[in-house]
Ligand binder design. Structure first.
Ligand SMILES: *Cc1c(COP(=O)(O)O)cnc(C)c1O
Length: 446
């Protein structure tokens, strides 16, 4: 890790004057469509801290959206990627291959669930991995339909926009979208009309009924689901839902794809979130946490499915870039050495404990409708007190109050009313608690 002191420090307004100056240059030069949660310009980052150009040190509860799980400058990532950078930056794996790519695929075969023969293909972004999972599933099944779920998020390319549930900001004005994509209900326990205890069975029955009646199971190439929904609001499908959907896929020759791009690589206290209910997906898509911040993604799965696409049918100029592969090997080494699954479970214990305490102090929970998530993927859903009406304004106000105190938090959710916490798994417990203190004080300002 870089030697940034692991201490919060607020020296100026946030954003400070140097950030404000850079933001003016950015506004003139960078397309308006690319937003930023907090226009604080980064100077360096590591562990649980982001230091900005004004010298402020923010506590990081975002990890660059679940990416820097090992920290933004993990020793093993920096060492391995730097060595690779000096050796060669690129040859293109499709022109002359290199060992790092193969080694990442070997690690993926070991770490993903199931003891069947597995193969992988590497890409650059999460969206690209999901697109390729669809190509592979279609090549294997010789079918076209793809089933996704309410509140699902799978990326911003044309096909993955179609797979993504939420219109604004991801899809608005960007159509037409790819055909043969169908969306069915998910077991969102907190909002399920008959309660979370019924959601798993009822939602899976509804989803299967819709697939059978509206599409025909025999036309479905793939069912794609996030085992914990990320962008949609950190929704853990109610117990029983994922196994029922996975069983239906198996019984009908449908490729079951777990999109673990946000939930994978120790984030939820397991290598992959689908392990929680013993699910063994046919294909898994990974990205984000895989490479300590370097751009890399993968599709991993059953060898016979992965081999269904003809030679030359998959790939891309940069897919599995050697520096990114070296970063991934460093990140995986760090996860194993520091037992980051155990760290994630400890983060859950601390965060959920404190957030539940905050909720208990408010009459009927006040604005805190739900506290949920697993490992270091924890969220609170904010509502108008006494109802389940989403309160996006309170969510934005809370995030703003945290930012002003030097705590970086993110929001998400279909209704924009979820505050999500994704600290680096290497964050110190003192910083974690200090961040929670700031959240507690922010509630008082509502
Ligand atoms: C972030 C994300 C994606 C898209 O990844 P990009 O690298 O941004 O293309 C896809 N699926 C899930 C679940 C994600 O969280």
């Amino acid at each position: 890790m870089s030697d940034i002191p692991q201490e919060r420090r607020v020296l100026t307004a946030i954003p400070g004057p140097k950030s404000v100056e850079l933001q003016a240059r950015r506004t003139a030069a960078v397309a308006a469509g690319v937003g930023s949660t907090l226009p604080v310009f980064t100077a360096r980052a590591g562990g649980g801290i982001i230091e900005d150009v004004d010298g402020n040190r923010l506590i990081d509860f975002g990890s660059g959206i679940a990416v820097t799980s090992v920290g933004a400058s993990a020793e093993a990532v920096v060492r391995r990627a730097s060595a690779q950078l000096a050796d060669f930056t690129h040859t293109c794996f499709m022109v002359t291959p290199y060992e790092g790519y193969v080694e990442v695929c070997e690690r993926l075969a070991e770490l993903t669930p199931g003891d069947h023969a597995k193969k992988s293909a590497l890409f650059n972004s999460g969206a690209e991995a999901v697109e390729n999972a669809v190509k592979i599933a279609r090549a294997y099944t010789k079918r076209t339909a793809v089933v996704v779920f309410d509140h699902g998020y799978h990326g911003r390319t044309n096909l993955t926009m179609a797979l993504t549930s939420k219109n604004m900001p991801y899809k608005q004005g960007f159509g037409p979208f790819a055909p043969e994509v169908y969306r069915v209900p998910v077991a969102y326990g907190y909002r399920w009309p008959t309660g979370p205890e019924n959601a798993g069975a009822e939602a899976s029955a509804q989803a299967i009924d819709e697939i059978t009646k509206q599409i025909g199971a025999e036309n479905v190439a793939a069912i794609i689901i996030e085992p914990v929904l990320g962008e949609g609001g950190f929704i853990e499908p109610a117990k029983g839902f994922l196994p029922a959907i996975a069983r239906f896929a198996k019984d009908n020759g449908i490729v079951f794809v777990a999109d673990e791009i946000q939930s994978g690589f120790c984030r939820t206290g397991q290598w992959f979130a689908c392990e929680d209910e013993g699910i063994v997906p046919d294909l898994i898509t990974t990205a984000k946490g895989i490479a300590g911040g370097l751009p890399l993604s993968a599709v991993t799965g059953r060898a016979e499915i992965m081999d269904a696409a003809h030679s030359g049918g998959l790939g891309g100029t940069y897919g599995g870039n050697p520096v990114a592969c070296a970063g991934a090997l460093g990140a995986i080494e760090t996860m194993r050495e520091l037992d980051l699954n155990a760290r994630a479970r400890r983060i859950e214990e601390v965060m959920k404990g404190r957030l539940e305490e905050m909720r208990a102090k408010l009459p009927n929970g006040g604005v805190i409708g739900d506290v949920r998530g697993r490992g270091a993927m924890i969220a609170i859903e904010l509502v108008k007190p006494g109802t389940k009406d989403p309160d996006a304004a309170a969510t934005a106000a809370l995030a703003k109050a945290c930012h002003a105190e030097g705590l970086l938090v993110l929001t998400c959710g279909t209704y924009g009313n979820v505050l999500r916490f994704l600290p680096p798994l290497v964050i110190g417990e003192d910083l974690l608690n200090e961040g929670l203190d700031i959240i507690e004080r922010a509630f008082a300002t509502l």
